[in-house]
Design a protein around this ligand. Sequence first.
Ligand code: C2E
Ligand code: MG
Ligand code: MG
Ligand code: MG
Length: 286
Amino acid sequence: LAKARGRAQFRFFDPAMASSAYAAMVMEGELGQGLERGEFELYFQPQVSARDGSVVGAEALIRWHHPARGLLLPGEFIPVAEQQRLMLAIGQWVLREAARCAARWHAMGLNVAPIAVNLSSMQFQAPFFAETVAQVLREEGVDGRLIELELTERMLMDDLPEVSGKLKQLSALGIRVSVDDFGTGYSSLGHLKELPIDKMKIDASFVKDLPGDRGSTAITRAIIQMASSLGITAIAEGVETESQRSFLALNGCDELQGDLISKPLSVKDFEVWVRDRRAAPHLLNA
Ligand code: C2E
Ligand code: MG
Ligand code: MG
Ligand code: MG
């Protein structure tokens, strides 16, 4: 406690420190505790076919029930976790939890696979990455075909043979791979075509300005066309309005994800949502 008070005084004398380094230092400790105490939860956001509105998957998104600060979104703590090895433990927890949910839903006959899991570059770069993933799935008795992993362009642009090797290991397990936030990174297209990628997620920053903005419509169309020519599924993220949805559907985008379809939901709410949607197919695209 004396130590904590000492830090608090330092913070008093240096406000800049308080907002960044000090806060990050406090949070690092809390993150480890949070993992031990079961303060993390996965929410799931449905992904649907742009053609008929049927559910084609869901993305797992982490939340933290912070004991003092309430429900925190990943943007508030994932960057801190990524500065230390703790991201590996959190990432493992996310994969295991998502795999358990996928298996449970599969057993219930709820058709929501694959469940997409976001990877941090630290996880992807770790030695024995694919072996670690395989081990978690084996321990949980989960078929790789129920799981999709989301990587960013940056993670794919490292050493080609190495990245390619890792993706092939995932493929062999039946795991699908998607490229998150596509269009915001710097991909070499030649590089991309060499990799076994299943899906491109058109970043929400382009979707946001559809259908009015010329640049965003051009980029969105180009991504959809490229994905289609490469035999890759295109999914738009952050779909919020009916006019965005119809633009995307008309332009051949395969799948949609966003608040228009559903916000990310807790496990219970997600199960109810999927059942309701099945029971009322006339509400598809609503
Ligand atoms: P992302 O993977 O691009 O996930 C999409 C984000 O957009 C999510 O934010 C989701 O809640 C939000 N979103 C979805 N539809 C809409 C919409 O219609 N409008 C708006 N305004 N937002 C929408 P969230 O859950 O806050 O996650 C933010 C980012 O944190 C994710 O971006 C992902 O990069 C990262 N993240 C989330 N969960 C994990 C995780 O388990 N592990 C790792 N490494 N990163 C994660
Ligand atoms: Mg994602
Ligand atoms: Mg994304
Ligand atoms: Mg995004």
